[in-house]
Design a protein around this ligand. Structure first.
Ligand SMILES: NC(=O)c1ccc[n+]([C@@H]2O[C@H](COP(=O)([O-])OP(=O)(O)OC[C@H]3O[C@@H](n4cnc5c(N)ncnc54)[C@H](O)[C@@H]3O)[C@@H](O)[C@H]2O)c1
Length: 260
């Protein structure tokens, strides 16, 4: 299949929904074989089925990115199915769960902090840890990380664990671009504002007294919410080799919010 990712093999985490599913479909259209990984294995299977129904190549793996053994199994499944890996899109992520979707830091249970950090930050660490040796060995590849504007700004009051986790992956992206540059491996992040996905829809209203700004209340023009496919197209740009030495970049897709 011709395309910007012709001949490539891409692992996408959180591929069972939203941004990750759009990414699996787009990357496959561009010629990549896809490993659709998601903690919800049935959702990963749906994504892989959609890719193959459209003429692409995909396998599904049930992978909780916060569990080392499962991430190692994900990398092994990719190697077994397709013989190599070229692209990792570490995309899986979660918000704080109700009733703590918005909570002052002192009211956030330690377990909830640990859960969000273990998926959004440690999950990215583990995904990179078990894919990087293969990229280094072949001396080529690209890693894309899904960050957030919440990792660049401190506006998202009530979401301490999410904000901290996304800030962590932003600087991890920069560090990794330096570690892996000599091995011809590029590392970039996309930092969306608000995206039309189940994750964004699942956000309950903040409790009264928490000053959580509604950025997209009156969206016009490019300040509107992004679609999942628009995030996927941005990630494609970061993953494709035709962008040359593009590495260490955090690309906001946020209607200009972080430009203010
Ligand atoms: N939607 C937004 O407004 C928005 C904005 C900025 C950043 N993001 C980020 O984009 C990424 C994708 O989010 P989305 O909006 O597509 O959400 P989504 O909820 O639609 O999809 C996330 C997927 O990740 C999976 N997942 C959850 N925990 C997992 C785990 N431990 N291991 C593996 N998979 C797991 C879920 O099952 C789900 O299929 C996340 O990292 C999120 O933080 C989203």
């Amino acid at each position: 299949m011709a395309g910007r990712l012709a001949g490539k093999v891409a692992i996408i985490t959180g591929a069972g929904s939203g941004i990750g599913r759009a990414g699996a479909e787009l990357f496959a259209q561009e010629g990549a074989a896809i490993v659709a990984a998601d903690a919800r294995e049935s959702a990963a299977r749906e994504t892989a089925a959609a890719v193959t129904a459209a003429g692409g190549r995909a396998i599904a793996v049930g992978t909780d990115v916060s569990k080392s053994a499962e991430v190692q199994a994900m990398a092994a499944a990719c190697l077994e199915a397709f013989g190599k890996v070229d692209i990792l899109w570490a995309n899986a992520g979660v918000l704080q769960r109700a009733p703590h979707s918005f909570a002052y830091l002192e009211d956030l249970p330690e377990e909830e902090w640990d859960r969000v950090l273990s998926i959004n930050l440690t999950g990215v660490f583990l995904s990179c840890k078990y894919v990087i040796p293969h990229l280094k060995r072949q001396r080529s590849g690209a890693i894309v990380i899904t960050a957030s504007v919440s990792g660049l700004q401190g506006h998202a009051v009530g979401m301490a664990s999410y904000v901290a986790s996304k800030a962590g992956v932003v600087n991890l992206t920069r560090l990794l671009s330096n570690e892996l540059g000599p091995f011809n491996v590029r590392v970039n992040a996309v930092a969306p504002g608000s995206v039309e996905t189940p994750l964004a829809k699942g956000l309950s209203a903040p409790p009264p007294g928490l000053n959580f700004p509604k950025y997209y209340e009156a969206p016009t023009g490019v300040t509107r919410q992004a679609t999942a496919m628009e995030v996927a197209r941005t990630a494609l740009h970061l993953a494709a080799d035709d962008t040359g030495p593009l590495t260490g970049a955090i690309v906001p897709l946020d209607g200009g919010r972080t430009a203010k």
